[in-house]
Design a protein around this ligand. Structure first.
Ligand SMILES: NC(=O)c1ccc[n+]([C@@H]2O[C@H](COP(=O)([O-])OP(=O)(O)OC[C@H]3O[C@@H](n4cnc5c(N)ncnc54)[C@H](OP(=O)(O)O)[C@@H]3O)[C@@H](O)[C@H]2O)c1
Length: 356
């Protein structure tokens, strides 16, 4: 159990997961949540992290700060991804230990598993094959984080453990179309296409001001002339999605993720040592073809136009599903259905609370 007066440091509280964890802790009555923005405390800076931990008497850490990005960013900035993540996690885990923090939760990622891992992916598949090359530096950093927690437990008897989330979505997501994930990209594309079909230029401009520039190819597809701030006369509008639509993916609402983090933190340490893995997969337990999720989002948004799958773009791996047997045995399951979760995410998108 997490006590209401425990001093809990949530690293990365302005991010999608960190913000959801703070909401969850507040709902549970936690009164001493400690946060620092990136500007206030750069977690890459060892000296400053050391001073921070010395100055605050922290009981627990949830490490949700990381350099995160899609395939494009991972491919383009591999050095930044490995350096920043190794530094953040090494500084936080080590300084937490030095200052006597006994409990820590590290946020990993499902990309730690081998590229050709059997499906669904079990915790035991870690380090059984080569990684997906595009995000290998990021995945190596995450694996190092898991192993660091495990090693500190073995040598110092700490209660450091890790969670491996599947693809997350929900409030606080990134809707910049250059680097957003599957669900936020679809939500925004369908929303813009619906506005175009309704002839609502003012709302398209407002969306652009809030969520960032609409890339030229997407503008063209929905028939919006950015230079003239008007819709094209032929009223041509379609939503173009990358790949064939057949790959299957798993999605979890971020509030469920936060719930799982708090649940996993509350469990007895004996479940995470010895023959038990020090980490646990967190997912929905089922996957869905990309084409089907597109259909659900189109309906939610009220878009009745054409959707075209561009098969010239790569599909990626056909299936990526986490095995959540261990999580279920540990007594947790998601609360949101995919449809409910998407409704909630779209509401947050429309309310504008998601702009960042
Ligand atoms: N979202 C997903 O689908 C997903 C899936 C699997 C795993 N995860 C894991 O969950 C964790 C959180 O992800 P997220 O989606 O919440 O990412 P996010 O929205 O990008 O949030 C990350 C947070 O970390 C902060 N941060 C980055 N570098 C920092 C530094 N040097 N010092 C201090 N703060 C720093 C960021 O602040 P700035 O923005 O100011 O830099 C941001 O607030 C990550 O470990 C990620 O690997 C996420």
């Amino acid at each position: 159990m997490i006590g209401p007066d425990e001093r809990i440091f949530v690293a990365g509280h302005r991010g999608m997961v960190g913000a959801a964890v703070v909401r969850q802790l507040r709902r549970q009555g936690c009164r001493n949540i400690i946060t620092r923005s990136h500007d206030e405390l750069d977690l890459v800076d060892q000296g400053r992290v050391k001073d921070f931990f010395k100055g605050e008497k922290i009981d627990r850490v949830i490490l949700a700060a990381a350099r995160v990005g899609g395939i494009h960013a991972n491919n383009r900035y591999p050095a930044e991804f490995i350096y920043t993540n190794l530094m953040i996690q090494s500084n936080v885990i080590h300084q937490a230990f030095k200052c006597g923090v006994e409990k820590l939760l590290f946020l990993g990622s499902s990309c730690i598993y081998p590229k050709y891992s059997p499906q669904p992916m079990k915790e035991s598949h870690l380090l059984t094959g080569t990684l997906e090359p595009t995000n290998e530096p990021y995945a190596i950093a995450k694996i190092a984080g898991i192993k660091m927690c495990e090693s500190y437990n073995r040598q110092y008897g700490t209660c450091y453990r890790s969670v491996m989330p599947t693809n997350l979505y929900g409030p606080g997501d990134n809707y910049h179309l250059e680097n957003s994930h599957v669900i936020p990209a679809m939500v925004r594309k369908y929303h813009l296409a619906k506005l175009a079909m309704d002839g609502n230029v003012a709302a398209i401009e407002a969306d652009q001001a809030r969520y960032g520039k609409i890339p030229e190819d997407i503008s063209r597809a929905i028939g919006y002339r950015q230079d003239l701030k008007k819709l094209s006369d032929d009223k041509r509008c379609e939503v173009v999605l990358w790949g064939s639509g057949t790959p299957r993916r798993e999605f979890l609402h971020v509030d469920d993720m936060a719930g799982a983090c708090v649940h996993v933190m509350s469990l007895d340490q004996s479940l995470f040592v010895g023959a038990n893995p020090s980490f646990v997969n967190v997912g929905a337990g089922k996957d869905i073809p990309i084409s089907q999720i597109a259909q659900i989002i189109a309906e939610l948004v009220g878009y009745k136009g054409i959707t075209r799958f561009n098969s010239d773009q790569p599909d990626g791996t056909p299936r990526k599903l986490l095995d959540i047997t261990r999580l279920s045995q540990l007594g947790w399951k998601p609360a949101y259905s995919l449809k409910e979760g998407l409704e909630n995410a779209y509401e947050a998108y429309l309310s504008g609370t998601d702009s960042r």
